[in-house]
Design a protein around this ligand. Structure first.
Ligand SMILES: Cc1cc2nc3c(=O)[nH]c(=O)nc-3n(C[C@H](O)[C@H](O)[C@H](O)COP(=O)(O)O)c2cc1C
Length: 237
């Protein structure tokens, strides 16, 4: 009998093999503690997802900055404080050869009122009338803060890797910070982080003018220099 397509392995361009074509998309669990640390509930949940036979499970969004949460009870991953539980989460979630990728996010201005002390975005522009009751008008990010956020994505990725997650996914959709940078409506900067569509999409492709000044290695597989460490990420060339 032929193996159905969904049950066949899938080889990624970097050579990594996903055991089948079943993927669980990111779904925010809100299972962190009230101060945004990892819990046993995530270990249990991802053990169950792995036991279900999915080839790839992508976690709900994990925040790269605990000052910028998208929802209450998000996990924020900034340092090694939660390493023991992160390792347990990764071990449970990679059982039976399951790929487990951590989705990393910064909400930018799309963070409900009252959750963070302030919100930030490429430009100090609030949402329109429909959403304005729910989200504050943000403060415009400085270039130093933009570089810091990029470093944070790298550091969180390195921590996830060190814990045993097999990949990360950068959240570039749903109106959050990366999406805000890519939008001509929400990004009206006149420096190297804004401008015309080519410049904005350069932020996505890694070819933006400011990005050329720095090296941020977010791709784990195919690296030449051995295992990354949290310190090795976010180093500016
Ligand atoms: C409860 C819930 C939480 C979600 N959280 C995230 C998230 O953290 N990150 C993300 O990229 N998408 C998130 N999504 C969107 C899903 O990944 C998916 O794209 C969306 O549900 C559309 O797929 P569907 O038509 O199969 O439901 C969430 C969806 C749901 C229902």
């Amino acid at each position: 009998m032929t193996t159905p397509a969904f049950a066949q392995p899938f080889t990624l361009p970097n050579g990594r093999v996903v055991k089948n074509r079943l993927v669980k998309s990111a779904m925010s669990e809100a299972l962190g503690t009230t101060d945004n640390h990892v819990t046993e509930a995530l270990v249990t949940l991802y053990g169950r997802w792995a036991a279900g036979g999915t080839g790839l499970n992508i976690t709900g969004n994990v925040m790269v900055d605990r000052r910028a949460l998208g929802e209450p009870n998000n996990v924020a991953l900034e340092d090694e404080t939660d390493m023991a539980l992160l390792r347990a989460w990764a071990e449970a979630g990679t059982a039976q050869g399951t790929e487990l990728w951590m989705q990393l996010n910064h909400p930018g201005k799309q963070s409900p009122k009252g959750l963070n002390a302030e919100t930030v975005s490429p430009s100090a522009l609030g949402f329109g009338d429909t959403l304005a009751p729910f989200f504050n008008t943000p403060r415009e990010l400085t270039e130093a803060e933009i570089l810091d956020i990029i470093v944070r994505f790298g550091r969180s990725a390195a921590l996830a890797k060190a814990a045993g997650f097999t990949g990360v996914q950068i959240h570039g959709a749903h109106g959050y910070l990366v999406s805000q940078f890519l939008s001509g409506r929400h990004n009206q900067r006149s420096d190297g982080w804004g401008g015309d569509a080519d410049v904005r999409s350069g932020i996505r492709s890694g070819q933006g003018p400011a990005q050329r000044q720095a090296e941020y290695r977010l791709h784990w597989h195919g690296r030449e220099n051995g295992q990354p460490s949290p310190q090795s990420y976010g180093s500016q060339a």
